[in-house]
Design a protein around this ligand. Structure first.
Ligand SMILES: Nc1nc2c(ncn2[C@@H]2O[C@H](COP(=O)(O)OP(=O)(O)OP(=O)(O)O)[C@@H](O)[C@H]2O)c(=O)[nH]1
Ligand SMILES: [Mg+2]
Length: 351
């Protein structure tokens, strides 16, 4: 079969995570309208059956990455390191640009209606700079075409195609799931012959605990404004699984977890970290209303994910400057935590 890693690269908010979710058909990565939502590398795994006369069976591992930005904190630097690492280990790279941001509204002249015109933008310049040195196939995805008048797309393709010898230039709408079939077909042609990297039914490499922490963080991003989303982090402190044998199959899209009273219960306690007392007050809200709203909407999402009922306890911890603390950032990195555990286990069994 064909199998490979496809890294997705783009500015914050370009739609990388929306695309990975659309391709896997699962909520692998959180999505918000705020930039810098994704902080780590996230795998979304797609199995494509063989199509006679078209392509062989394939497993494509999409690698969602943080948006390319100029780092200011240590957290930002770590996020950019994730991007560089994803560009090192890959078979194909897909650059994704937001078509709607390449347009601007030209003021109406006289009685004529105002219209959208292509604008010169250097926003994506750093992204194109990063792919220049790559020796692998690079695709260009022009996303959010649902927001752009058709006649504007052709000049955009011409302009962007000139920036790099892209193997393919494709128009997509990740949100509307438009243009994804041709994308999968074209990708498979560039993937190496290789056995699958993950079991057939696996759609992500993230542990459930990390997914749950991300779902809580998504609610925080959506419920708060100003600097709170950027200064917030979520750490799962306790995770008590239902007794063995009682865990139901994933509720999936039917979403029966919340409504079915007899389902087993998972108990989760999570800490929300912020940097200042003022941010803590915003997160708690008047009479605790904000924290309650975050907790109840996150709980529903986690129930959907786990297929159990969930008892979710949230509390807030002020950790000044956590975005600059090496040790704290390590505790947020589940890959590093798993490696540490494996090393510890190895050294214990060596004794
Ligand atoms: N209209 C429209 N909106 C889209 C499309 N794709 C993504 N969006 C929206 O764009 C916003 C950002 O999407 P994300 O998927 O979080 O973007 P991202 O590139 O992962 O952003 P970061 O994680 O911050 O780097 C969200 O509000 C999405 O709903 C699309 O095809 N059309
Ligand atoms: Mg993202």
């Amino acid at each position: 079969m064909r199998c490979g890693l496809v890294s997705i690269l783009g500015r914050p908010n370009a739609g990388k995570s929306t695309l990975v979710n659309a391709l896997t058909g699962e909520k692998v990565a959180i999505v918000t309208s705020k930039p810098q939502t994704t902080r780590t590398r996230i795998h979304g795994i797609v199995d494509v059956p063989a199509r006679k006369g078209q392509h062989p069976a394939a497993q494509i591992v999409f690698v969602d990455t943080p948006g390319v930005h100029k780092p200011s904190t240590l957290l930002d630097k770590r996020m950019m390191q994730v991007v560089y690492d994803a560009l090192e280990s890959r078979d194909v790279v897909m650059v994704i640009v937001d078509a709607s941001r390449r347009l601007e509204l030209e003021p109406a002249a006289g009685s004529a209606p105002s219209k959208r015109v292509l604008k010169e933008t250097s926003e994506d310049a750093f992204v194109f700079e990063l792919v220049r040195k790559l020796d692998c196939p690079v695709f260009l995805l022009i996303n959010k075409v649902d927001l752009v008048p058709r006649e504007q797309l052709l000049p955009m393709i011409t302009e962007l195609s000139a920036l790099h010898p892209f193997k393919e230039v494709l128009l997509i709408s990740a949100r509307k799931r438009d243009g994804l079939e041709p994308l999968l077909d074209k990708l498979i042609a560039y993937l190496p012959q290789r056995d699958r990297l993950f079991p057939k039914d696996q759609f992500t490499d993230q542990p459930e605990r990390f997914l749950a922490a991300e779902l809580i963080r998504e609610r925080i991003l959506m419920e708060t404004g100003e600097e709170v989303p950027y200064a917030s982090a979520v750490v799962i402190e306790q995770w008590e699984e239902p007794r063995a044998g009682t865990k139901a199959a994933r509720a999936g899209k039917s979403g029966t977890a919340a409504t079915e009273p007899k389902l087993p219960l998972t108990r989760i306690a999570a800490a929300i970290y912020c940097e200042r007392e003022g941010q803590k007050a915003i997160l708690i809200g008047k009479g605790g209303a904000k924290l309650k709203a975050i907790g109840s909407s996150a709980r529903k999402e986690i129930e959907e994910l786990l297929g159990t009922r969930v008892f979710l306890q949230l509390h807030i911890i002020v950790e000044p400057n956590w975005r600059e603390q090496r040790g704290f950032l390590d505790t947020l990195d589940w890959r590093r935590q798993l490696e540490d555990l494996a090393r510890k286990h190895e050294s214990e069994t060596d004794l």
